[in-house]
Design a protein around this ligand. Structure first.
Ligand code: DC
Length: 423
């Protein structure tokens, strides 16, 4: 039996096919490595696209609109109905001959769509697989109404390759339209109808599909290395929620101080950690030397770390996330597909923190600030409970000589596997 198209599979498949239709090398971040995705990738390779997958990133060198070639082997879609439909849509406006093989079927609306373009699909019985598909040399634009997201996506792929304006009426699926626009397609909504200009030049891009896999990006490193700025920018780039995990320890330390206790006292610190509220995290007094020291002290207490672990894991598990801290890649999310360890020289970090303090109107001495940072690093690195360290599979970014823009560019290069040197 054919599998029903899940929205996640649909957007992922659609993005992979679009990348194969761009002229140049695109990166897809966050696309799950499922059997179906691997199957579709094999079909697209047979159609001439170059596709590699390294860990969490797919690199796709596309053929450009109209550039797919006749495959020498049948396109095995097995029982993946989403792949069968989308490939039929993408191939309809291509001058190619292909055999779609598998146990699923191509629904009647897709057969009609292909015929509208000028393509032919022949099979033992209408829509059954295997089916022989002859794409159209000069495909005509499509005007159609599709009842569901899969039909809409299929028609969009057909319309992309056809000459002229296609008008496709169907459900509102902003993710599909967003992907098309990201790659440079001209598609606009007129009520419930999408108007698509055929044969655009799709340009290469980094396509982020964070919600497919609930992508976790772990950003660890010592104080004032630029983790927070980088993590925030990565979150915005990949449209992921962001959590500054240091705030949890800062808020815990602050509560212990408020109650008049020593932040190094295990019992009081654990009690504060287990009863943290969102209001505690929103306080305005979580920065500054006293809060820094209290945070580092409570962070060395195993019961505090245990109490804060679930919160961090639940935060990431909901929609994926970028988290910055000290132990995200080693303890909180040891299987995170993206791990960065951000460092900078103690002098550079001292200067950054010093400038931050002055900007906030505080009095600060550079030598003292640098010494505090070095002392806190030492405590964070040498404590027994989840000490700060780079995970074995983390990419280290030394930001001593980088500004925020350069750090983001270096991180994205590391994430998409295009970094030219290790670090
Ligand atoms: O990142 P930050 O400077 O706001 O962190 C404050 C303290 O909290 C720091 O000294 C170490 C500790 N911390 C930790 O142990 N583990 C984390 N995941 C985050 C912070």
């Amino acid at each position: 039996m054919s599998k029903i198209a899940q929205p996640d599979t649909l957007a992922g498949h659609f993005a992979l096919i679009l990348a194969a239709l761009t002229a140049g090398r695109s990166h897809l971040v966050g696309l799950a490595q499922t059997e179906q995705t691997q199957g579709l990738a094999a079909c697209l390779r047979a159609l001439g696209a170059e596709i590699d997958c390294t860990g969490h990133t797919w690199q796709v060198t596309g053929r450009g609109i109209g550039g797919l070639i006749s495959p020498a082997i049948p396109l095995q879609v097995s029982d993946d109905a989403t792949a069968a439909c989308l490939l039929a849509g993408a191939l309809a406006p291509h001058d190619v001959f292909a055999v779609l093989a598998g146990s699923g079927h191509v629904p009647p609306r897709v057969l009609t769509l292909a015929e509208t373009c000028g393509a032919r699909i022949e099979a033992a019985s209408p829509g059954a697989l295997p089916a022989a598909m002859r794409g159209a040399r000069n495909a005509l634009p499509v005007t159609c109404e599709m009842p569901d997201a899969l039909g809409l996506a299929t028609a969009l792929l057909a319309g992309l390759g056809a000459r002229g304006l296609s008008r496709i009426t169907g459900p509102d699926v902003p993710e599909l339209v967003g992907l098309l626009q990201m790659l440079g397609a001209d598609v606009t909504a007129e009520g419930t109808t999408l108007v698509l200009h055929g044969q655009p030049e799709l340009h290469r891009a980094t396509i982020s599909l964070p919600h497919q896999t609930r992508l976790i990006i772990a950003v660890d490193g010592p104080a004032a290395a630029g983790k927070g700025t980088l993590a925030r920018r990565l979150a915005s780039h990949f449209a992921l929620p962001y959590l500054d995990t240091g705030l949890l320890y800062r808020a815990t330390g602050r509560r212990v101080l408020d109650a008049g206790h020593d932040p190094a006292d295990h019992g009081h610190a654990a009690q504060a950690a287990t009863t943290l509220t969102p209001e505690d995290l929103a306080r305005g007094d979580l920065r500054g030397p006293e809060a820094d020291r209290a945070a580092s002290a409570v962070a060395s207490i195993p019961a505090v770390r245990a109490a804060l672990l679930d919160f961090q894991r639940n935060f990431g598990a909901r929609h994926g996330a970028v988290l910055d801290g000290r132990d995200i890649g080693t303890h909180v999310f040891p299987n995170a597909p993206v791990k960065l360890f951000v460092t900078a020289s103690p002098e550079a970090r001292g200067q950054r923190r010093h400038a931050e303090l002055l900007a906030r109107g505080a009095q600060a001495d550079l030598a003292e600030v640098t010494a505090e940072i070095i002392a806190r690093d030492h405590a964070d690195r040498t404590r027994a409970a989840a000490p700060m360290q780079a995970a074995d599979d983390a990419v280290t970014l030394d930001t001593t000589e980088m500004n925020a823009e350069e750090a983001l560019a270096a991180a994205l290069a590391a994430i998409t596997g295009t970094a030219t040197s290790g670090g």
